[in-house]
Design a protein around this ligand. Structure first.
Ligand SMILES: [Zn+2]
Ligand SMILES: [Zn+2]
Length: 283
């Protein structure tokens, strides 16, 4: 059995809580053998959020120490701990280059790419580009995410349909945006960029998985590879809704899941993550 959770935050970002040991204990309860911390990338820029949104650049060493501490504790518990980052996909060349440089300077195991439309910077971008209707905003979002998938900066695109919450647009049916979503997925498949199955979608907004199950089906048809994470901002959320989600992933036709170690993709059979297997092994 090889179950992993590759998206979680530390208190360094200012809106998460918990100690390394609390995260590890919850992982143990959920039969998770590998944790990748992926705090929000530090980016000192007023439109990308100050305290409470992401760690300031001067705290980055504290983040590395926090993860090191978790790694040491994990060794005694049989849980591997990896160091990742949740970086921003952003449609401004200077910002995107700054992020790419930061990622290149640090040897992360795993780099997520997220387009957070709730950030002031993105809201300003939406205004500047003259997108007024939900339709235009959603189309723009998937276009920009497609560029992110092609950029080569990110191993996996996090919560790829997060545009459906946070109030920028009303929730929407993916079937109404099938062409741009399929284009995004084709770009992921071509570039070898994974998408993330993010279970935090089940806890907020319209209480559905990210991505929507229909989008997951299209991802399978396109040959896109998956990573998986809880997006935990506190220890209790580690591995949240994993059993039902792994079942859905299997039903959607996927046979393989992926995590990243020192930037290299490691494939694991979905069956090795499934709740049925856990029962069979008696662990
Ligand atoms: Zn966060
Ligand atoms: Zn995010």
């Amino acid at each position: 059995m090889m179950r992993f959770d590759c998206h979680m935050h530390t208190p360094l970002c200012g809106h998460a809580m918990g100690t390394p040991m609390e995260f590890l204990r919850q992982a143990g309860r959920k039969k998770i053998k590998l944790l990748t911390f992926t705090c929000h990338i530090p980016l000192d820029h007023e439109d990308f959020g100050g305290p409470g949104i992401r760690m300031p650049e001067r705290d980055f060493d504290c983040y590395l120490s926090w993860v090191d501490q978790a790694r040491e504790m994990g060794q005694g518990l049989g849980i591997d701990v990896l160091c990742g980052i949740e970086a921003e996909v952003f449609p401004d060349r200077d910002i995107q280059n700054r992020i790419a440089d930061f990622v290149a300077r640090n040897n992360f195991d795993f780099v997520l790419g997220s387009l957070h439309h709730q950030l002031a910077a993105y809201r300003k971008h939406i205004q500047k580009t003259g997108r007024r209707t939900d339709r235009d905003i959603i189309l723009g979002y998937f276009e920009e995410l497609t560029e992110g998938a092609r950029s080569g900066i990110f191993h996996s695109i996090a919560h790829p349909d997060v545009i459906r919450i946070y109030g920028t647009v009303k929730p929407f049916e993916p079937s109404e945006f099938e062409a741009p979503i399929r284009e995004f997925l084709a770009a992921c498949a071509e570039a070898g960029t994974c998408i993330e199955v993010n279970t935090s979608g089940l806890t907020k907004g319209i209480f559905k998985l990210h991505p929507d199950p229909l989008m997951l089906q299209w991802a399978h048809e396109a040959g896109v590879m998956l990573t998986m994470g809880s997006d935990a901002h506190r220890p209790q959320s580690v591995g949240q809704y994993f059993d039902q989600t792994i079942r859905l992933i299997e039903e959607s036709g996927f046979r393989q899941m992926n995590y990243f170690l020192r930037g290299r993709r490691m494939a694991v059979p979905v069956s090795a993550m499934s709740p049925a297997r856990q029962l069979a092994c008696g662990i």
